[in-house]
Design a protein around this ligand. Structure first.
Ligand code: SF4
Length: 337
């Protein structure tokens, strides 16, 4: 039996076509699934009883529900979900004064193996469907408060591109939630072919996990540097026009004594020269089992000042939810009830 939740209008139309139903029925179904958040076929009351009965024979509405929630002292909430394939994923709700961001997972685990990341060290456990990605928003109590979504939880979104694009289509399409793509940011370590496809097929913002401008050093932190060198990724990004609505940012997690030297700031500024972008500096949270250290506040400030002196827009990301392991690189899918 197929799951309607997570389907795009095109996919629902194909189902309606196969049943000989008119196109507007597909729009009605999508309206129930997304705008009205119907949890069952039966709830779709403006569809005839006969069609609802037939629809219930071939399809259902199945959403992952959170099975645990941990609340940080700063109000950040980490939700745990069990996928239909038996894995665990996490989503993090981050309320701020003027916005509320939801950080969603795109895969159960991750193949990229970044050495500083708990998710990467725990390996890959399966792809999420578009419905499983969207469930992380639709089933939390804060659904109505979320102003922004970032695909920066577990997984590499470009390694599950079709499901990620289907989910962003549901979020942005008029038959879905009708959000502006400016409210959505998708991250990548720089898988070039998929990143190019993403830029062609989506208007959402892009965040590239850069973390080190020196190839050999980046390789020691991020094995994917070998297949997709960051220098080539940045050069490819220079071919796109970033002067419009879509924003490009680079994530740069600061590790003590590894990538927080002033010369790294100079190399980073040189690498990004000519590119309309922002650098988000993130304080690393030292976690067990990794050899990395937290950068000192002094080093972070000096790094930021040097980037700004070199003309790079940059912000220092406030650290949230450290006490519940909800911060960047700490999602492990292990917060049991
Ligand atoms: Fe995967 Fe992101 Fe962790 Fe790297 S940092 S292993 S891409 S989840």
């Amino acid at each position: 039996m197929m799951n309607l939740f997570g389907m795009t209008l095109t996919q629902v139309q194909a189902l309606c076509d196969s049943e000989g139903w008119p196109r507007f029925t597909a729009r009605q179904i999508c309206d129930w699934l997304y705008a009205k958040r119907a949890a069952t076929v039966d709830a779709m009351t403006n569809i005839s009883l006969a069609r609802r009965a037939r629809l219930a024979e071939v399809a259902m509405v199945e959403r992952m529900e959170p099975c645990n929630c941990q609340v940080s002292a700063d109000g950040t909430k980490k939700y745990l979900f069990a996928t239909t394939a038996g894995s665990s994923v996490e989503a993090v709700f981050i309320p701020e004064a003027d916005r509320a961001t939801l950080c969603v997972s795109s895969q159960a685990g991750c193949k990229m193996g970044c050495r500083f990341c708990v998710t990467g060290q725990n390996g890959f456990h399966g792809q999420l469907t578009a419905g499983e990605i969207l469930s992380q928003l639709f089933t939390i109590p804060e659904f109505g408060q979320v102003t922004n979504i970032v695909y920066m939880g577990m997984g590499e979104p470009m390694d599950n591109l079709e499901a990620v694009l289907a989910s962003t289509e549901v979020l942005t399409a008029p038959w879905g939630l009708g959000w502006s793509p400016k409210r959505i940011t998708v991250s990548t370590v720089g898988l070039l072919p998929q990143m190019r496809l993403f830029l062609q097929r989506s208007q959402c913002h892009l965040a590239v996990s850069l973390h080190n401008p020196v190839a050999a050093e980046r390789l020691s932190m991020m094995p994917m540097e070998k297949a997709w060198p960051i220098a080539a990724t940045v050069e490819a990004l220079k071919e796109y026009d970033w002067s419009g609505q879509r924003r490009l940012s680079f994530e740069y997690t600061m590790f003590g004594g590894l990538n927080d030297d002033i010369c790294h700031a100079d190399l980073l500024a040189r690498m990004l020269r000519g590119l309309e972008c922002r650098v988000n500096l993130i304080r690393y949270h030292a976690s067990p089992g990794t050899p990395y250290r937290t950068s000192s506040a002094q080093a972070i400030n000096a790094f930021r000042n040097r980037l700004q002196a070199n003309g790079v827009n940059c912000t220092l990301r406030a650290s949230r939810g450290e006490d519940i392991k909800a911060a960047c690189g700490l999602l492990a899918g292990t917060s049991k009830a």
